[in-house]
Design a protein around this ligand. Structure first.
Ligand code: P61
Length: 470
């Protein structure tokens, strides 16, 4: 075979190849069930990938949340668990790591991200106040609404267009925030809810310039800025890669600078920080911290464990350090890109630029014959599972839920199916299998029928909703 026919990834891109900065020490066998079995499993799951049993799944791209592989160091840390009810030494490791890498002063552990969202929403929102955010996230908005807040989307318009290749599609549109402040007055704004790499927009980053400008705006009006730091390390990588003046700064340095423009943050550590469970909430203001520290004992656990075991906090503290290493982030995002570039090359419609944690397929463009209330993204997730046992996640109309005032579906512009890549878990060969399955579903697109929802829970309906084929 000639050199031009068979080339390594690096050669295809005109550079030397690079590989993951780790090797595999322990493996978990995978099982692939046949098509007949998958049809039965999907039917029993009401066409909802959240309701599938994981043993019926071959390659699990439902989420990157809590699904990453821990390192030998992190597992060793698990054995150092100090399971004291109060004052566990592992809490102090965690506190130190958050202070060192994220730069906030006061830290409260929580069992996961939504535990932290619950606390900050209750403490910082008065009923009737507005929260301006760079696109909604399901649990974040729900906690804000349950606290009596009204969420207003202030992300730039480009974020709602899958084809737009703006390098910082997660940016806040300051004019939109300004218009809200003008209309309602600064006192009616509880805070600005800023997310690093915006999940629902396709894992799209916020630029440092935008964070800086937002800080100046917030100071002018006396408004707080709280950060959803869940995938902020990945955001820092994009700044290093795309923003002028940051090419020679480390991911760790960029992360710390970005956080310094905010007043506090909540974190689902199950993503960036390479652990299976955990979260935290951190603020700089002592008075707010006191209130949060008092609330955590009601809803999560004592303020030095917040619902986590000591061993979980140790693994998390170690995971934070591993997560900010440049070579780690490059290989993590590099793998997502590998899959995305294959698909883009084949003309598969998806959100561009390729984001940090997942490929977001544009289900609307797959199934032009389906109306949005026939659940195109849910349909595509079902079809991928049927084709190959790959599990993905709907991020469209089912996820968006209903307007609490009118009871109507929200109709988000983006109707996406997410192929989420866990960190340090799958190989390039797995990505090839996934890509071929997506292509197979794309080739069948015109023959694919949509779905109707036949069971709908009240909160976060997409987790437990059931569907039938039309
Ligand atoms: C995910 F289908 N994300 O992406 P918790 N902020 C952000 C998140 O991505 C996030 C949380 C806060 C998940 C899990 C999940 O609609 C869903 O630790 C940017 O999960 O409580 C979680 O953190 C909440 C999947 C959550 C969903 C909500 O897969």
């Amino acid at each position: 075979m000639s050199d031009s026919q068979l080339r390594t990834m690096g050669q295809q891109f005109g550079r030397r190849s690079w590989a993951e900065p780790w090797k595999i020490k322990m493996v978990e066998p995978l099982r692939m069930v046949d098509r007949e079995h998958r049809e039965r499993a999907l039917d029993e799951a009401g066409f909802n990938t959240f309701l599938l049993k994981s043993e019926d799944v071959y390659i699990d791209l439902l989420t990157d949340s809590g699904t990453s592989a821990m390192s030998d160091r992190q597992w060793a840390g698990m054995l150092l668990g100090d399971e004291a009810y109060a004052g566990s030494r592992n809490f102090y490791s965690l506190e130190e790591a958050v202070q060192k890498y994220y730069g906030y002063k006061h830290i409260i552990p929580t069992h996961q991200g939504r535990g932290a969202e619950h606390l900050i929403s209750r403490a910082a929102i008065k009923p009737g106040q507005y929260i301006a955010g760079n696109m909604y996230f399901t649990t974040t908005r729900l906690h804000q609404e349950l606290a009596g807040g009204i969420f207003v989307d202030v992300i730039i318009d480009e974020a709602h267009d899958p084809q737009n290749t703006h390098p910082f599609k997660g940016n806040v549109d300051l004019e939109k925030v300004e218009a809200l402040v003008r209309r309602e007055g600064a006192a009616k704004i509880a805070y600005i809810s800023l997310a690093g790499t915006v999940n629902m927009a396709g894992g799209q980053p916020v630029s440092m310039a935008n964070a800086k400008a937002l800080r100046a705006f917030a100071d002018k009006h006396g408004i707080k800025v709280y950060l959803d730091a869940t995938r902020m390390v990945e955001n820092a990588f994009f700044i290093q890669e795309r923003e002028e003046g940051y090419a020679n700064r480390s991911v760790a340095q960029i992360l710390k600078e970005f956080c310094a423009y905010t007043d506090g943050a909540w974190m689902s550590a199950k993503k960036d920080s390479l652990v299976n469970i955990g979260g935290w909430l951190a603020v700089n203001d002592w008075t707010l911290f006191e209130e949060l520290r008092n609330m955590v004992v009601v809803y999560e656990g004592l303020h030095t464990y917040g619902g986590l075991a000591g061993r979980d906090m140790e693994a998390l503290a170690i995971g934070i350090v591993e997560s900010v290493q440049d070579d780690h982030v490059r290989s993590r995002i590099g793998q997502v890109r590998y899959l995305g570039e294959l698909l883009a090359h084949w003309g598969i419609p998806m959100v561009l630029p390729i984001g940090g944690h997942a490929i977001f397929l544009d289900a609307r463009a797959f199934y032009r014959h389906l109306r949005q209330d026939q659940f195109p993204a849910q349909t595509l997730a079902a079809e991928l599972y049927l084709d190959s046992g790959i599990r993905s996640m709907e991020r469209g109309i089912a996820s968006a839920g209903r307007d609490p005032k009118t009871g109507d579906h929200y109709y988000p512009k983006l109707e996406l199916t997410r192929l989420t890549i866990p960190r340090r878990v799958y190989t390039q060969a797995h990505m090839d299998v996934v890509a071929e399955s997506v292509r197979a579903a794309y080739e069948q697109r015109d023959k694919t029928r949509g779905l109707k929802m036949v069971y709908e829970p009240k909160y976060l309906r997409f987790f437990q909703a059931r569907f039938e084929r039309l």
